[in-house]
Design a protein around this ligand. Structure first.
Ligand SMILES: [Ca+2]
Length: 345
């Protein structure tokens, strides 16, 4: 790391963690892919907020994948989750978005309400699963192509998309394809993605960045826009065809300190109380599955800079804490831990 930064342990002993998020009240929630939502205490202890292992299929890229908090969480306690629902006798495994209600450090039993049910999976990979509230108060959900490259371009499929719903599960009539489509397809808001693994929204500008995992050559950071087509599988990386929207930033595959194999976490560094130097404020931190590094992209200059290297691999998620530290979710094998990077200076 650059001089004056230091790494501290937050919690160990997580089982296959994949996503984390800070509640508006400052508590840190972590998802274990197999189906547990856990809360990290300020002393590094872990408690279980919700256990839905019986409902969750966690094969390969499936599992409990995304969490978001209602903008009015402190009054309504609503927590939103994206997970792969196990196959039943009548329906193959598929992604659902649900809402549960928090009461203290527990989800209220029986409070789960399904808001969105997506197309059935055919393979267990490229499931997307990021969940984030936009600055417009709508809930955004990402889906991967499920290893079926014909789907991201098709408006008849919810795969390879950014979806947008109201927080009660209804679909906004302002969605770009609402009038052309029926049923849940009306949630389609942008298309042409391969496996959009994580998303973050800038607290200052409302810009939404989408990290899309590439195939053999390029990893992408895309700017989310209504109706955009990101081009997968027709194009990948920077291209010039007007019908497709280019990423705002790409990096190549390789094993240097700036290349890797699959983009994972992303987070805007815009805390209410920044502790990093002013030059970091507004930057977008991102990580790679194979690289063991975290870098920062400066949207103002378009440049990327080294930040941390030699981390436990893979680094799957990045969040900014309420006191301005950078939190990293690091998974080694089936275990995982969270560390934070501080700038005590
Ligand atoms: Ca997260």
């Amino acid at each position: 790391m650059p001089p004056d930064f230091a790494q501290r342990n937050v919690v160990k002993g997580l089982r296959a963690p994949i996503d984390m998020a800070f509640a508006p009240d400052g508590r840190l929630f972590v998802l274990e892919q197999g189906g547990r939502v856990r809360i990290v205490g300020s002393d590094g202890s872990l408690s279980t907020f919700l256990n839905i292992k019986a409902l969750v299929d966690n094969t390969a890229g499936r599992g409990l994948l995304g969490i978001a908090f209602d903008p009015d969480f402190e009054s309504n306690g609503f927590v939103y989750l994206d997970y792969t629902r196990r196959a039943t006798a009548t329906r193959a495994a598929h992604t659902v978005v649900v809402r549960v209600r928090a009461q203290g450090d527990r989800a209220v039993p029986g409070s789960e309400r399904r808001l969105l049910r997506l197309d059935r999976h055919r393979t267990p990979n490229h499931t997307g699963g990021a969940l984030e509230f936009g600055s417009d108060g709508k809930l955004y959900v990402t889906t991967g192509d499920n290893e079926r490259q014909q789907l991201p371009q098709r408006l008849r499929s919810t795969m390879g998309k950014i979806l947008r719903i109201n927080k009660d599960g209804t679909i906004p009539a302002s969605n770009p394809f609402y009038d052309r489509l029926k049923g849940r397809k009306r949630a389609i808001w942008a298309r042409g993605l391969r496996n959009p693994f994580k998303v973050d929204v800038s607290p200052s500008t409302g810009a939404m960045f989408v990290n899309d995992v590439g195939e053999d050559t390029w990893e992408e950071i895309n700017r989310a826009r209504a109706g955009a087509n990101y081009g997968w599988p027709k194009v990948e990386g920077i291209e010039s065809l007007a019908k497709y929207q280019s990423p705002i930033f790409t990096y190549g595959h390789g094993s240097t300190g700036s290349t890797g194999c699959a983009i994972t976490g992303g987070a805007f560094y815009e805390p209410a109380n920044p502790q990093f130097p002013a030059s970091y404020v507004g930057d977008y931190f991102y990580s790679d599955y194979c690289g063991g590094w975290v870098r920062r992209y400066d949207p103002a200059s378009g440049k990327s800079y080294r930040f941390a290297r030699g981390l436990t691999k893979p680094a799957l998620d990045i969040e900014v804490g309420p006191k301005g530290a950078l939190y990293l979710l690091l998974r080694g094998g089936a275990k995982g831990k969270i560390v934070r990077i501080v700038h005590p200076g």
